[in-house]
Design a protein around this ligand. Structure first.
Ligand SMILES: Nc1ncnc2c1ncn2[C@@H]1O[C@H](COP(=O)(O)OP(=O)(O)OP(=O)(O)O)[C@@H](O)[C@H]1O
Ligand SMILES: [Mg+2]
Ligand SMILES: [Mg+2]
Length: 623
């Protein structure tokens, strides 16, 4: 069961053509490491910060060290850090949060220029004249950007607006050459959506099993240039990012607990990934959240009036969302309890902090001097396009998680991990492995290779466990599996399927299967040659016969009368629970007594149970 390939969509464009397959940019975006060569390509700007002050974004102390030092200081002060899960409410107060999520769309080109959207290339190498606001240059709306945008909006249950319009929102910053951002605040392309959050998504216990959060609107807009601060009060600018299409997703102020806010951002990321609307998540800077926080006294809830909000911009991790909300809530409550007033402000937060800090007064709509962009006509989205995109949306994560749990027998935790890992590519990898494994099982005439039937669950569960846990062990030594959005990695799916095929049919042991996985990962076994490698090194499982297992079992139970007596007590109903621990103790003894590489603990257990029931216990009872 694969997803509907986004490539399908390239055939359905209003104008223009996609330069790459589907609306997918190949590969997952990785943050570039700055080489000397790359550095020379940056635009650089001298920033007026006080002498000796560290530039804003440069962590001079490594984060881990900073956190360690903070923990030490906290310990020395005798205060214990509150666990977030204990910190969801403050008696007498209600917290309200609304979130704005900015997500980079998965397109090959920018919003208003045909320049490529590539982030790991040489800085300032994908910049059209319009992107840097050269006089005389004009915006050229790239219709292809609508495809991931509309898919995202549909995944968030929004109503697509047939006509939307672009406005100019003015503010000055070095990362925005035109002095304004083109955005859709007043006439967005999508409105009135909602996201369902369940307990398994990590919402606060206070929100119960399930909560629905409304999405007010989604608008398309331009990203800004990327700023990298370096020592010496210098900031480098990379205009590759300027003009990259973003969607801004604005929720209603309906969130009342910090953990639920983090869960909302995580869920939105998962939904956007699942429809390929975005390929890079928070970890890689493709998704950023601004949180709006206010508090009011419980007795004021009836008035229907919310407290004054402050906004914390640019949070780039789920933990930061939760921590910053807690810190800001507590700051506002302290001000109000002391008789003060909360000022509408834009505030900042850095990882590892315990307090938000003021950046500036909150700009209002008047400050932005919104005006229609005279160079851009309205965007018209036809109902036929919406219907086509709806029909090709594929399975959404909640349905997919339910299916993984019900059909394949995964635990909720494993199903969620499989869906979320590698920005959604790990689950695609699992499907590729499963398809290939089922093809092999069918060709070999194995019974019930169809994972839709309950009997087929065993091989699907095996594949899922390996895609998650055994592959996970590889990443403990190598940070990168090289996973691509279409679900391929350094361990080709066909090769993992070949290993699992032999393991499932008990033709190799789990130990050999693990060794083979490592050999494929290290490139020691060429692609498609797993079976040959087993043959060449004679790694086939030459299992002991039933008779051999029985003889070994007879040998190890000698002198274990006390252990056997437990099984008798169970049989006679003197104890309730089957003595599983004792059974495994004896299995361990059998495994140690027999020849290495020729035994399977499952077979040993089966034969031993059988002997206990039919030979040893009747013998003891007869004595
Ligand atoms: N009193 C409040 N408490 C908490 N959240 C609020 C409150 N009032 C509004 N919000 C939330 O603040 C957000 C406002 O976002 P919106 O993009 O409309 O305006 P903005 O923050 O002024 O604009 P921008 O930051 O894009 O310049 C929404 O998510 C909304 O739900
Ligand atoms: Mg906004
Ligand atoms: Mg805002």
């Amino acid at each position: 069961m694969g997803r509907i390939p986004t490539a399908e969509l390239s055939r359905y464009l209003l104008y223009g053509q996609l330069s790459r397959r589907g609306c997918l940019r190949g590969g997952i975006t990785r943050i570039s490491t700055t080489s000397a060569l790359r550095q020379s390509r940056f635009f650089s700007t001298q920033i007026d910060t006080p002498a000796g002050a560290a530039p804003a974004n440069v962590p001079l102390t490594p984060l881990r060290k900073e956190l360690k030092e903070q923990a030490k200081a906290l310990k020395a002060s005798g205060k214990k850090k509150k666990k977030n899960s204990d910190n969801q409410t403050v008696p007498g107060w209600e917290l309200t949060v609304g979130i704005e999520i900015h997500a980079q769309l998965n397109t090959a080109r920018k919003l208003f220029s045909p320049a490529a959207t590539s982030f790991n290339d040489t800085p300032n190498s994908h910049v059209a004249l319009f992107d840097v606001a050269m006089p005389g240059s004009q915006p050229l709306f790239q219709a292809e950007t609508l495809i991931p945008a509309v898919r995202a909006a549909l995944a968030l249950n929004c109503t697509i607006q047939p006509i939307s319009r672009f406005d100019r929102k003015h503010y000055f910053h070095w990362d925005q050459p035109a002095g304004y951002q083109i955005t859709q605040y007043y006439h967005p392309f999508a409105r009135d959506g909602r996201v369902m959050l369940y307990a398994r998504d990590g919402i606060a216990a206070e929100d119960g099993e399930c909560i629905e959060i409304g999405i007010r609107q989604i608008q398309m807009e331009q990203d800004t240039a990327k700023t990298t601060a370096v020592p010496g009060n210098v900031h480098w600018l990379d205009f590759n990012r300027v003009g990259v299409p973003l969607i801004e997703i604005i929720t209603l102020p309906e969130i009342h607990h910090p953990a639920t806010a983090a869960a909302l951002v995580r869920k939105v990321q998962m939904l956007l990934n699942s429809v390929d609307a975005c390929v890079s998540g928070m970890e890689t800077g493709g998704l950023r959240a601004d949180i709006n926080v206010s508090v009011r006294r419980v007795q004021d809830i009836a008035t229907g009036k919310l407290g004054t909000r402050t906004e914390i911009k640019n949070l780039s991790s789920f933990k930061a969302v939760e921590d910053a909300i807690i810190a800001e809530r507590d700051r506002q409550i302290a001000i109000l309890e002391a008789g003060g007033v909360v000022l509408g402000e834009t505030r900042g937060w850095s990882l590892g902090n315990t307090e938000t800090r003021r950046l500036r007064g909150k700009e209002g709509e008047v400050d932005y001097r919104y005006m229609p962009d005279p160079d851009l006509g309205p965007v018209v989205i036809g109902e036929d396009l919406v219907q086509h995109l709806k029909g090709t949306l594929g399975v959404l994560p909640d349905a997919e998680i339910d299916e993984l749990i019900e059909l394949y027998g995964l635990t909720t935790k494993d199903a969620m991990s499989l869906i979320q890992l590698d920005n959604g590519a790990r689950i695609q990898y699992f499907y590729n492995v499963l398809d290939s494994l089922e093809e092999r099982l069918r060709a070999a005439g194995s019974a019930s290779p169809n994972s839709d039937s309950p009997a087929g669950q065993r091989h699907a569960l095996l594949a899922a466990n390996w895609c998650l846990h055994e592959l996970g062990k590889l990443t403990e030594v190598s940070a990168d599996l090289g996973m691509t959005p279409d679900g391929e990695c350094n361990v080709p799916s066909v090769d993992l399927a070949a290993i699992l095929f032999h393991l499932h049919r008990r033709e190799i042991t789990a130990k050999v299967a693990k060794e083979l996985l490592w050999a494929v990962f290290r490139g020691q076994i060429p692609r498609g040659k797993v079976t040959q490698a087993i043959e060449a090194d004679d790694l086939w499982f030459n299992e002991l016969s039933e008779q051999d297992y029985a003889e070994l079992a007879d040998k190890v139970v000698e002198g274990e009368d006390k252990v056997l007596a437990e099984f008798l007590r169970f049989k006679q109903g003197k104890i309730k629970a089957y003595p599983q621990g004792k059974l495994m103790f004896l299995v361990g003894k059998i495994m140690r007594a027999g020849p290495e590489g020729r035994m399977d603990p499952e077979s040993a257990k089966r034969v031993l149970r059988d002997r206990i029931e039919h030979v040893y216990l009747p013998h003891m009872e007869g004595q």
